[in-house]
Design a protein around this ligand. Structure first.
Ligand SMILES: NC(=O)c1ccc[n+]([C@@H]2O[C@H](COP(=O)([O-])OP(=O)(O)OC[C@H]3O[C@@H](n4cnc5c(N)ncnc54)[C@H](OP(=O)(O)O)[C@@H]3O)[C@@H](O)[C@H]2O)c1
Length: 248
């Protein structure tokens, strides 16, 4: 199947590592170009040298009000167009609801929630027909993940906003979806499990496929959902979780 990604331009926030990076891999492999952002200049320098001309990098925090404008400008200056965005960001602090401080909630709200909403609003304003945005959320949209209370609190609201954006932008031919990773072994999963690799970590018995996901398994789904090949898919939450989510 041709995903029709050639020469299309996507913004990928949180794109230097993990699920964002795997999505950049899949998009670029099919001929797209990406503006990749994250906070660390050093990691972005590695990204720039890995992809060459197919990528531009911008050091930007999703919590910063100027980030959407800077990413859009980078895409327009490099290639004169923007076709969509994958909105990913570092996960919120882990911990039980009984122990999370106001500061932990406020910090996560700024980067995970408001940062994503602002990006969708500002990128959505410049997309044309055929544009596509996807929020990287979590299976916590559908069921609470033990020990991730802030994710459990913020992601379901973002999922509803993804539908809200899909409703508002659909008449202009723009699609908006959510992606719900389960347990894909990235740096975030290393932090949460304390294991250095998927082989060393204990696979939760709740995953029917009996293994962690690999970042490229997420990246391929994300690239498809963003691509024109998924032209009638909007307002949905797509789990990429090896069957872990119990609800439909
Ligand atoms: N992996 C999973 O299975 C899984 C499951 C459920 C939900 N999720 C969620 O999916 C998202 C991505 O997860 P991941 O596994 O890819 O995480 P990851 O491996 O930790 O990568 C996070 C990426 O986001 C960047 N980043 C972090 N904070 C940022 C900020 N404030 N602004 C801009 N960029 C930022 C990081 O680079 P810098 O640190 O240099 O900024 C890095 O490129 C997270 O929100 C996570 O909670 C992941």
């Amino acid at each position: 199947m041709d995903l029709q990604l050639r020469d299309r331009v996507y913004l990928v926030t949180g794109g230097s590592r993990g699920l964002g990076r795997a999505t950049v891999d899949a998009l670029v492999a099919d001929g797209a170009r990406c503006v990749v952002s994250s906070r660390s200049e050093e990691t972005l320098a590695e990204v720039a040298s890995a992809y060459g001309d197919a990528v531009r990098t911008v050091a930007a925090d999703n919590a910063d009000v100027e980030t959407p404008g800077r990413l859009i400008t980078a895409a327009q200056e490099a290639w004169g167009r923007v076709d969509g965005a994958l909105i990913s960001v570092g996960g919120p602090p882990a911990g039980p609801a009984t122990a999370m401080s106001d500061d932990a909630w406020s910090g996560a709200f700024e980067s995970v929630f408001l940062g994503a909403v602002r990006l969708a609003r500002e990128v959505g304003a410049v997309l044309g027909s055929g544009g596509s945005m996807a929020f990287v959320l979590s299976t916590s949209v559908k069921a609470p993940v033990a020990g991730l209370s802030i994710s459990n609190g913020l992601r379901p609201g973002l999922a509803m906003l993804a539908k809200n954006f899909a409703d508002e932008l659909g008449p202009r031919g723009i699609r908006v979806n959510g992606l719900l990773p389960g347990q894909i072994f990235t740096d975030r999963m290393k932090e949460l499990t304390g294991a250095a690799s998927a082989e060393e970590a204990q696979v939760p018995r709740t995953i029917p496929m009996a293994r962690f996901g690999e970042p490229e398994e997420f990246g391929r789904v994300a690239a498809f959902v963003l691509s024109p090949a998924a032209s009638y898919l909007t307002g949905v939450m797509v789990p990429v979780d090896g069957g872990m989510t119990r609800s439909l």
